[in-house]
Design a protein around this ligand. Structure first.
Ligand SMILES: [Zn+2]
Length: 124
């Protein structure tokens, strides 16, 4: 992969990370002690009053947020790993067969570290 292409994927990764973090900020809080660790915020629709029905809604909202938060957090971790691979020069190689991952695949999923052939094998 040329430096120019690498730079393109680096920008793509940073852009996606930025988008994810912005979305995460609406439902979670960054852990001050651990970078890239996020905690889902428990919603409080009306902090000054206690209403049982509303409280049930808040619990439901919290339950809805958990898997979303988890999925976004995982994706940010994958993006960070991909950025790390750009630094050490292994980006774009399949971790399984060591072949180049087609750039078309990387354009759709820039944080991937496995080619489609190997992925199909591991899913079976
Ligand atoms: Zn492979």
């Amino acid at each position: 992969m040329t430096l120019k292409t690498l730079e393109k994927f680096k920008l793509l990764l940073l852009e996606q990370k930025d988008l994810l973090e912005k979305k995460l900020e609406t439902i979670a809080q960054r852990d001050p002690n651990q970078e890239d660790n996020w905690n889902t915020i428990f919603p409080n629709f009306a902090p000054d009053e206690f209403d049982e029905e509303e409280s049930a809604d808040e619990v439901q909202e919290y339950i809805n947020r958990l898997p979303l938060e988890h999925a976004m957090e995982l994706r940010i971790k994958e993006i960070n790993k991909a950025l790390g691979r750009i630094k050490v020069g292994t980006y774009g190689k399949c971790k399984n067969c060591n072949e180049d991952i087609p750039q078309k695949r990387l354009e759709i999923l820039p944080e991937t570290d496995i080619c489609l052939k190997c992925k199909a094998k591991t899913n079976k």
